[in-house]
Design a protein. Sequence first.
Length: 59
Amino acid sequence: MNGTLALPPPPRNVGLVCRACGCRHFHTVYTRPRDGYILRRKECRNCGRRVMTREQIGC
Ligand SMILES: [Zn+2]
């Protein structure tokens, strides 16, 4: 066994990856503060897929 599998790096908190096309370039359509978090709608710049994200309000 000389298998040295090249594992992909663990996902860090570097933002989204589009599930449809795999690109990471999103732009924010809108941002809406909620009670305890921020709701963002983002749109893939490549294919136009939209995703919703929640971001905790830190600090
Ligand atoms: Zn995409």
